[in-house]
Design a protein around this ligand. Structure first.
Ligand code: NAP
Length: 308
């Protein structure tokens, strides 16, 4: 079997176009331009790249986009002060604090300081609680992107067995709740789960969010299952690239040219052989996460203008 592709690039482009149309309508009807501001602390290269991508995507959707850059040595109160200024700024509808924050800063306290109505990452405890209770609220971008990816490829969810590998607050737990909302029968597995491969292999819908390159082998996958690979890793070692991609010339060439190759948590060859559907890395969940961030920002601005 060769899995069909859950194409995140194309699906995200469609959502971004819809968001762009929503921005035009909001500006025309309410005179409001949605604004997204990212708080970036320090100069972590991966964080800087993510922030650039989010800024560009917001501008392309017709939003205003800004970055508050704070030095690596910023204290928790410096970061809280920046968040508080953004909470009070009516031009800013969405606030995102890029994680991870420097050691010594209490991430929970910073996330809790964001106005829940502007919390476009959906990490605030109020939004997390509303998700748990099944109430409307801001949904976290990555898990919401996974559900949108599955739904837009018409993958059946209702009544299906879903297994989520990973129980983090930003991916695994909200992912499980969103699949429950879609009427899946959901299992959450983690590093202490016994017989992990056997548990995973019960899934019609398997979500891999563990942060281990190529960890999910063929034996984890029920033949024909829909597999969504949330993991993202940059491989720089040729032996690692060969172990996951075999003699794939394109990957080895990319390693030579760029110095790294991206992969996910799912073994790319074995995943493609066993699954019915699979999301690629790159081009799967990553673009969906950004599309959902834009959607959340537009909706935050729409709520604001409805209240005005
Ligand atoms: P995380 O906070 O490190 O959580 C990883 C989870 O996986 C934990 O619950 C951990 O279990 C579990 N786990 C780790 N090793 C395991 C193993 N050997 N067997 C079973 N479970 C294991 O990571 P995260 O933030 O959820 O992110 C997961 C991955 O998704 C990372 O690769 C991250 O880069 C990627 N990601 C991608 C996007 C995107 O937009 N594409 C967004 C967010 C995250 P315990 O709880 O027992 O420790």
């Amino acid at each position: 079997m060769t899995a069909r592709r859950l194409d995140g690039t194309a699906t995200a482009a469609a959502i971004r176009e819809e968001v762009g149309r929503g921005v035009v309508v909001l500006r025309r009807d309410a005179g409001v331009t949605p604004g997204l501001t990212v708080v970036l602390v320090g100069e972590h290269p991966a964080s800087m790249a993510y922030v650039r991508a989010k800024e560009k995507a917001a501008r392309e959707a017709g939003m205003t986009s800004g970055v508050v850059r704070l030095p690596d040595r910023s204290s928790e109160s410096d970061i809280l002060a920046a968040v508080s200024r953004l909470n009070a700024d009516p031009r800013v509808h969405g606030i995102l604090v890029q994680l991870p924050l420097p050691p010594g800063v209490d991430t929970h306290r910073v996330l809790e300081a964001i106005d829940p109505a502007k919390d476009v990452d959906g990490f605030h405890p109020i939004n997390a609680g509303r998700l748990l209770l099944g109430l409307p609220g801001v949904l976290p971008c990555t898990p919401a992107g996974v559900v949108a990816l599955l739904r837009r490829h018409a993958v059946a969810l209702d009544g299906k067995r879903a297994v989520v590998l990973g129980r983090s607050n930003i991916v695994g737990k909200p992912m499980a709740l969103l699949l429950l909302r879609e009427n899946c029968t959901v299992t959450i597995a983690h590093s202490r789960t016994e017989n992990l491969a056997a548990v995973a292999a019960e899934a019609d819908i398997l979500i891999a969010a563990i942060g281990r390159p190529g960890f999910v082998r063929g034996a984890f996958i029920k033949p024909g299952a829909a597999v969504v690979d949330v993991g993202i890793h940059s491989l720089t070692d040729e032996a690692e690239v060969r172990a996951l991609f075999g003699a794939d010339d394109a990957k080895l060439r990319a390693l030579g040219e760029k110095g790294s190759v991206l992969c996910g948590d799912v073994h790319p060859r074995e995943g493609t052989e066993r699954a019915g559907w699979i999301s690629p890395v790159p081009g799967g969940v990553g673009p969906m996460t950004i599309a959902m961030l834009l959607k959340n920002t537009l909706e935050a601005a729409q709520r604001c203008s409805a209240l005005a």
